[in-house]
Design a protein around this ligand. Sequence first.
Ligand code: GCO
Length: 261
Amino acid sequence: MSLSLFNLAGRRALITGGTQGIGAALARGLGLAGASLVINARNQDKLDGFVDELKQEGLNATGALFDITDPEAVQQAVEEIEETGGPIDILVNNAGVIRRAPAEDLTEADWHTVIHTNLSAPFVVSKYVGRRMIARQRGKIINICSLMSELGRDSVSAYAAAKGGLKMLTRSLATEWAIHNIQVNGIGPGYIATPINTAYREPGNPLNDYILSRTPAGRWGTPEDLVGAAVFLASSASDFVNGQILYVDGGLLSTFGKPHS
Ligand code: GCO
């Protein structure tokens, strides 16, 4: 057994929504494991800034500006990415949004935005990248799911529905494409300190206290806590792993919870 199992040298990874938070950490981690990186974003300045940062760190990175919610743009972008730089070996469907409101008040527009971005877009990106992985008979797809793939919580009905759907899309694509040597899996982050959760982490916020009491590790995760799972699922070490959601949650899903003494 050699550690080359986890070596991503010679492989190319496309990360959607890869300029901040979890996406940025996963991009950096996959790059440090040897992958060349294609970073997707919708904002040119953010994209250029992050790609430059990665290059200054000695990583092989390029940017791909396209809107994952626009199927035509996705198809064209995948074609261009592969024609200009070679095959996409690893796809990380990371980009996502959240809209929090009581279900009875959630607008249909916000519902559609969340479902479209967090579920429909990963399907479309996977479809166009997957077609090419099938032709090559190899590939890795990693969908960034959530605790909300398993649990509901008040005010995040659309997000939970989307992330629950993303779990089942992961299993369905795994079922169809495993025969093509394409491993489709997911990562389910616990409560991770990222911009979408900033409000929760203020001291004294009751949700912060509850999250810590429900998390056996007793802390918020960091985006870097997710890198090991991503490298594993992107590497040869996971060639017989299909349709799994690897929860990186400090134990939250494994416990009824206990008050921290
Ligand atoms: C929320 C949070 C969660 C986390 C994460 C958990 O409002 O409860 O935003 O959804 O962000 O998705 O895995």
